[in-house]
Design a protein around this ligand. Structure first.
Ligand SMILES: [Zn+2]
Ligand SMILES: [Zn+2]
Length: 329
């Protein structure tokens, strides 16, 4: 099969022809039809995330069809459409797994990081972590839901049901999905982008934001909560400044530049800063039907598998709105 391999962080992905991966016990072999390109892939390729399996096939927003079943797999049929997310394995035994916080597992395996992912024609995945994807949405539109959507959903849940006026900092893949869900739930979205990024601000308005402006500006209203998707530490004090007493600032990214020091006064008043780490399978069970009910339609720019490096570069430089997706077959 054709696959895009990362052999060493900091180097370009290499197109390779390698044997099809075979499903072990409990695994599905999946013929990949679409794989989203996530900012986390950039952090893997750049070496910001320091524990990859090498070489690694990146990609953890995988949509495909089951092409073979490993021993002992139940609940999936050949040809069935499935999604494979970032959470690829957990131990099931550590204190976090036992408490239902499998996203915090001490010895996890992540797709496209420690487990070969979806920048390839085929992949294998533990069936227990795959989501059935019924419905008639296109493969390319479903792919971004599997990380950007899920992490965005987990961030939105953390922001709380009381967060009617919701700030979103950084308006990319996760934000544009969350904004659609938030609107569906009757919330008002205030979108903050890099100063002067008129394109992203217009995109946010198109996605239903009540207001869009520069992150260097004061918020036009007092926010109940804010979610930060941009990997930019100085946005944390900026968001704290914008939320009301008791308000929550959720950091939704897996990697962020350093947070500058700030006066305690910004945190005072029982404001909170939280981070979202990974996802649980129950997030998928909560989010995927909600996304369908809300009619979430990700804005997708598609690339051929062989153009994965260009897709990553376009993501790095903000050359598209919404999500990039590799269309594989
Ligand atoms: Zn565990
Ligand atoms: Zn991701």
């Amino acid at each position: 099969m054709k696959a895009m391999l990362l052999e060493k962080p900091g180097e370009a992905l290499r197109a390779a022809e390698i044997p099809d991966p075979q499903p072990g016990p409990g695994q599905l072999q999946v013929e990949v039809s679409a794989c989203g390109v996530c900012r986390t892939d950039l952090h893997v390729v750049d070496g910001d995330l320091t524990e990859p399996k090498l070489p690694i096939i990146p990609g953890h927003e995988i949509v495909g069809r089951v092409s073979a079943l490993g021993d002992g797999v139940t609940g999936f049929d050949l040809g069935e459409r499935v999604g494979i997310p970032w959470l690829g394995h957990t131990c099931g035994a550590c204190r976090y797994c036992r408490a239902g916080d499998e996203n915090l597992c001490d010895t996890p395996g992540f797709t496209g990081y420690q487990i070969d992912g979806g920048y390839a024609e085929k992949t294998v995945a533990d069936a227990a972590y795959c989501f059935p994807l019924p419905g008639d949405q296109s493969d390319a539109e479903l792919a971004p839901l599997l990380c950007a959507g899920l992490i965005g959903y987990r961030s939105l849940v953390m922001a709380g049901e009381a967060a009617k006026k919701l700030g979103i900092y950084g308006f990319g893949a996760a934000a544009h999905i969350v904004a659609q869900v938030a609107r569906h739930q009757g919330r008002e979205v205030y979108a903050f982008t890099s100063p002067g990024d008129d394109t992203a601000q217009q995109f946010a308005l198109d996605m239903g934001a009540a207001w869009a402006g520069d992150s260097s500006e004061a918020s036009p209203v007092e926010l109940d909560a804010a979610i930060i998707f941009a990997p930019v530490g100085p946005l944390v004090p900026a968001a704290l400044r914008a939320v009301r007493k008791g308000g929550i600032v959720v950091c939704g990214g897996i990697h962020m530049s350093d947070i500058p020091s700030f006066p305690y006064e910004l945190l005072w008043g029982e404001r909170r800063i939280e981070s979202v780490a990974n996802l649980t399978r129950s997030d998928g069970e909560g989010f995927l039907p909600l996304a369908a009910a809300a009619g979430v339609r990700p804005e997708v720019t598609t690339y051929a598998l062989a153009d994965a490096a260009r897709a990553l570069d376009d993501l790095r430089h903000g050359r598209f709105d919404g999500s990039a997706v590799l269309t594989v077959s």
